[in-house]
Write a protein that binds this ligand. Structure first.
Ligand code: PEP
Length: 255
């Protein structure tokens, strides 16, 4: 059975004081569920402290980025092993802000995915098209290129321990959400493309949608057959809103 996953990407927000309150509320609102995972991805500097706060809770920890290198003279970088060391289970790979603002190309994203896997982190591989690409009718080819780059470096079997997040760039932080039909179309495309290599891996893979998900639109998105949860940016910084999105992913069973 595919797991429902709700992952919160805090981006570069928060402070120790704000985080304590936010995490406390999320922990007490998310009881846990066999079929679901709730993940929060704070900035690097807060991971260790939050990892301690999450101990004995059902909420899992993720990072927003990692180095493609294992260790060495890479000033400012953070390795997969370090993330494991401070209690991370997940890591975002290839977020569109990393691709657009920090020059992460498909090749580097593929290396980061492999680096995460090598240390037992579950990569949340982000893919998505820009508005110009969508309007030019290139959505499927762009997604295919981003996926294929990863699968050129890592075996399709690694997707048994990975998550894919479809995040149309035009929907991230814009308030403009993909329609459930637009999300379903790309999710089905991703699953079919992976099924061409391995049908079982594709059937079991959790595919998240990200891009201006809110409590008010989460249910209709998560009702689509190939949408298995969400990657949530802005709304993950508001505990009640984030918990309501978790509840939507679980048909209200958890919160
Ligand atoms: C994101 O940062 O991955 C994201 C989807 O942001 P938002 O929910 O704010 O659009």
């Amino acid at each position: 059975m595919r797991r429902k996953i709700i992952a919160g990407n805090w981006k570069m927000h928060g402070s120790r004081a704000e985080n304590t309150q936010l995490v406390e509320t999320i922990i007490s609102g998310f009881a846990g569920d066999d079929g679901a995972e709730c993940v929060i991805c704070p900035p690097f500097v807060y991971l260790h402290e939050i990892s301690r706060q999450l101990r004995d809770s059902a909420v899992k920890l993720g990072a927003q980025n990692l180095s493609a290198e294992a260790q060495g003279a890479f000033t400012g970088e953070v390795s997969a092993a370090m993330l494991r060391d401070v209690g991370c289970r997940y890591v975002l790979v290839g977020h569109s802000e990393r691709r657009a603002l920090y020059g992460e190309d498909d090749g580097l994203v593929a290396r980061k995915y492999a680096a995460a896997q090598a240390k037992g982190l579950v990569p949340i591989l982000c893919v998505g098209e820009t508005l110009a690409e969508r309007e030019g009718g290139h959505t499927h080819p762009v997604i295919a290129r981003q996926l294929d780059a990863v699968l050129a470096v890592s075996d399709v079997g690694t997707l048994a321990r990975a998550v894919v997040a479809y995040e149309p760039v035009w929907a991230i932080g814009t308030g403009r959400t993909a329609t459930p039909e637009q999300a379903q179309d790309v999710h089905a495309f991703v699953r079919e493309r992976i099924a061409a290599r391995d049908a079982k891996i594709a059937a079991d893979l959790s595919l998240l949608y990200g891009g201006s998900v809110k409590a008010s639109n989460a249910s209709e998105l998560f009702a689509m057959p190939d949408v298995d949860g969400g990657l949530i940016g802005g709304a993950s910084l508001k505990a009640e809103e984030f918990l309501a999105i978790c509840a939507a992913a679980l048909d209200g069973r958890v919160v």
